[in-house]
Write a protein that binds this ligand. Structure first.
Ligand code: 13P
Ligand code: SF4
Length: 321
């Protein structure tokens, strides 16, 4: 604990000295989210993080999250220095959608408009017509479908299936998945629901369709926090990364929250839903990012690629505005 407090004080001093701001995702550990909050930084979903970094006056952004979040910040804020606690924080959706294969998939269907989830590399975004985050995916696909566009969707297969179900759009879907949300299992959740008949179920749409079917609310991280506050139930079963409990508890301190189980029958695991890459954003790594030579921590995006990736990202931001 003494060591943690020392790290926190050192990071605070470095943030002031470097005129830097800490931007954290809801899935980072509570102490990282608390540090962002108490230093004038920000905690939010992937769309809000990018917007905050773009609009903040700080010239150095420390993005505590995974690589695509740092890249998105850099694409939107090319003149700012974007640092990450570690550049090894990946995302299985990004890793499962390599640009060469994805580009070939798009080339094979040239009459389709390409919509990609924000959880992708800068190169995949540059190949897309639209970027969406889970907070705005439904509205954008609905809009494109109503205009009669044929749509390629990538990379999350569950979010894609959910969007199809909600909008009625038929999309050509890339078959990627999130290693965290893919682990939620309907059978174990159904059992937990039976044991807690008074509880509401909240689910992130990267979860399998059978899990989404059991939900009272489905949405992005920010939307789930809002639903937790607004739903009448006092008990909530939550199927997303457990990092979200920090802000969810702040939003509704009077409610009881239960983690949805991962794993199948007999192998049920509680407290396992935590992204291993988000977990890499520790205090020591943040301090290193602020004190080391920047090269091990700095996000750089090739300028030609950045200009291309900015187009579909700006389309989303304009649509959301
Ligand atoms: P949000 O866009 O809801 O923040 O989700 C990002 C993510 O990585 C979910 O696993
Ligand atoms: Fe990617 Fe899943 Fe981790 Fe989110 S939780 S960053 S989608 S691997």
């Amino acid at each position: 604990q003494a060591e943690k407090s020392r790290f926190i004080e050192e990071i605070k001093a470095l943030l002031t000295e470097r005129k830097a701001v800490l931007i954290a995702h809801y899935y980072t550990d509570p102490e990282i989210q608390a540090l962002a909050e108490t230093t004038g930084g920000f905690v939010g979903d992937s769309l809000e993080m990018a917007r905050f970094g773009r609009d903040h006056e700080a010239q150095t952004l420390i993005v505590a999250g995974v690589r695509f979040m740092g890249e998105t910040s850099k694409i939107l804020s090319p003149h700012k220095q974007v640092l990450m606690p570690t550049l090894k924080a990946e995302c299985s959706l990004d890793l499962g959608c390599p640009i060469e294969q994805f580009s070939a998939f798009c080339d094979a269907n040239p009459d389709h408009i390409v919509v990609v989830y924000a959880n992708t590399s800068a190169a995949v975004k540059a190949r897309a017509d639209w970027v969406v985050t889970s907070s705005i995916a439904l509205e954008i696909v609905e809009h494109l479908d109503s205009q009669g566009h044929k749509i390629i969707w990538g990379p999350d297969r569950h979010l894609g299936a959910y969007i199809e179900k909600k909008t009625g759009a038929q999309m050509l879907r890339w078959q990627g998945h999130c290693i965290v949300h893919d682990e939620f299992k309907a059978s174990a959740l159904r059992e937990l629901k039976t044991q807690n008949p008074d509880a509401a179920v909240l689910v992130h749409p990267e979860s399998p369709a059978s899990v989404i079917e059991l939900a009272d609310a489905v949405g992005s991280t920010s939307q789930l926090i809002k639903a937790a506050r607004d739903l009448p139930q006092k008990k909530l079963i939550v199927a997303t990364d457990r990092g979200i409990f920090y802000k969810m508890q702040q939003a509704c301190p009077d409610k009881e929250m239960v983690e949805a189980p991962t794993g199948g029958d007999g192998a049920t695991c509680r407290s396992c839903a935590h992204c291993p890459w988000m977990a890499m954003n520790g205090l020591a790594a943040i301090k290193d990012a602020l004190s080391d030579g920047a090269e091990q921590h700095e996000i750089l995006v090739d300028e030609a690629l950045r200009i291309k990736a900015l187009i579909p990202l700006d389309r989303m931001l304009d649509f959301a505005a």
